[in-house]
Design a protein around this ligand. Structure first.
Ligand code: ATP
Ligand code: MG
Length: 225
């Protein structure tokens, strides 16, 4: 089962991606997290991606398509993947579909986390994450018990480099220009499920669960689980 998560920066893809994966025993794969890790470790992928990410631009499609090909080849994700942040452009979506066809598979569903730019910018301005374990906090709605210290591992909390106000604006522009057409691509294939991000995290989580339970029921009925 392959579920795609899409939404503007700050929509909550990472938060819900982790929850879905834990609940259903699937892998949560975040392209953004893996790229940030690659940059940190200065791997060849990280060195190629670094400047684009700093500027709030998307990493070029050919680099991301090489990345996804390796990922799909990895047998540890066989039981199911929640893919958070990929694809982000029409060429990435076409490339992904072509690769899946090779394995006789297809995307089960794309969950679109719908959020207004205003709400997303507000969330990103309050977001800090742990440099050790990656846990994400919101200084308003989910603050750590001690300022700048991770509750889970004691690591240092920092603002993500690309959450600076000017960079957030660039990321939104990339979303509108390159990602919105990709959402239409999956809508045309009947694969899109829009999830409202209004309300608390648990409210959104319940909506996600409803969509995925329904999807699993349909697939079971068709015998395509
Ligand atoms: P959030 O973390 O709130 O979901 P986001 O969607 O902007 O926000 P990530 O998914 O973590 O953040 O991505 C961070 C950056 O990594 C992007 O701005 C982009 O530079 C790069 N990136 C991640 N996925 C892709 C992709 N599929 N194609 C190109 N660039 C990508
Ligand atoms: Mg993310």
């Amino acid at each position: 089962m392959l579920i795609l998560l899409v939404g503007p920066p700050g929509a909550g893809k990472g938060t819900h991606g982790k929850r879905i994966a834990a609940k259903r025993g699937w892998s949560h794969v975040s392209s953004g997290e893996l790229l940030r890790d690659a940059v940190e470790r200065r791997t060849p992928l990280g060195l190629e991606a670094m400047e684009y990410m700093r500027a709030g631009s998307l990493v070029p499609d050919d680099i991301m398509l090489r990345w996804i090909e390796e990922l799909l080849d990895d047998p540890k994700h066989r039981h199911g993947i929640v893919l958070d942040g990929f694809p982000r452009t029409v060429p990435q979506a076409e490339g992904l579909d072509a690769l899946l066809e090779r394995y006789g598979q297809e995307v089960a569903c794309m969950l679109f986390f719908d959020i207004s730019e205003e709400a997303a910018v507000g969330r990103l301005a309050a977001r800090v994450s742990c440099t050790g374990c990656g846990t994400v906090y919101n200084l308003i709605s989910r603050p750590p018990s001690t300022a700048e210290v991770c509750d889970r591992c004691g690591g240092k909390l920092e603002i993500r480099e690309d959450d600076a106000t000017e960079t957030i604006r660039a990321r939104f522009e990339e979303f509108r220009r390159l990602t919105e057409p990709m959402i239409e691509y999956y809508q045309a294939k009947g694969k899109l499920a829009r999830v409202s991000t209004d309300g608390a995290i648990d409210d959104v989580g319940r909506r996600v669960t409803e969509v995925l339970d329904e999807l699993c029921r349909c697939r079971d009925a068709e015998g395509t689980a």
